[in-house]
Design a binder for this molecule. Structure first.
Ligand code: DAT
Ligand code: MG
Length: 160
């Protein structure tokens, strides 16, 4: 199953929105595969955001993401990378529609509350730098999945 890396940035933690944001991914039907409250070191921040290392906002971005704890998560689901990006809304909260996470919880580009991988490739890279393999639980059965995915019911019917 496809996985994405989601981080609730220090502003989400400080403002007390951890629960409300996680609730949206649970409600959608995605499945949690890993989660930890952690402090991001400067080295990890620079690695994570290496694609932006030459941008003028890089210094501010690294300072921000290392300024307090984040909640790092791995979420699993069909098309989860693209769907999570849609749920997050545009990078700039000024462009993020109401109903999206950034649209509902933030106003400032430099305090846009959440990170989500922008492709399956990025997700693999980001998950591997934030999590060790034993911190990711892919094998657990969530009974509700048969109410989330039609194909799971069909498979069950086919073998019984
Ligand atoms: P996203 O987080 O939507 O993937 P991104 O990868 O382009 O966006 O940028 C990473 C973060 O950097 C983004 O969430 C907020 C910050 N950022 C992006 N563009 C910026 C800009 N022009 N000025 C200040 N901060 C910016
Ligand atoms: Mg990005």
């Amino acid at each position: 199953m496809e996985q994405t890396f989601i981080a609730l940035k220090p502003d989400a933690v400080q403002r007390g929105y951890i629960g409300q944001i996680i609730e949206r991914f649970e409600r959608k039907g995605f499945k949690l595969a890993g989660m930890k409250l952690m402090h991001v070191s400067r080295e990890l921040a620079e690695r994570h955001y290496q694609e932006h290392s030459q941008k003028p906002f890089f210094g501010g971005l690294v300072s921000f993401i290392t300024s307090g704890p984040i909640v790092a998560m791995v979420w699993e689901g069909d098309n989860v990378v693209e769907s999570a990006r849609k749920m997050m809304g545009a990078t700039n909260p000024k462009d993020a529609l109401p109903g999206t996470i950034r649209g509902d919880f933030s106003v400032d580009l430099g305090r846009n509350i959440i990170h989500g991988s922008d492709s399956v490739e990025s997700a693999k890279r980001e998950i591997s730098i934030f999590f060790s393999p034993d911190e990711i639980l892919t094998g657990w059965t969530r009974e509700a999945d048969k109410w989330v995915y039609e194909a799971l019911v069909k498979q069950t019917a086919a073998v019984s």
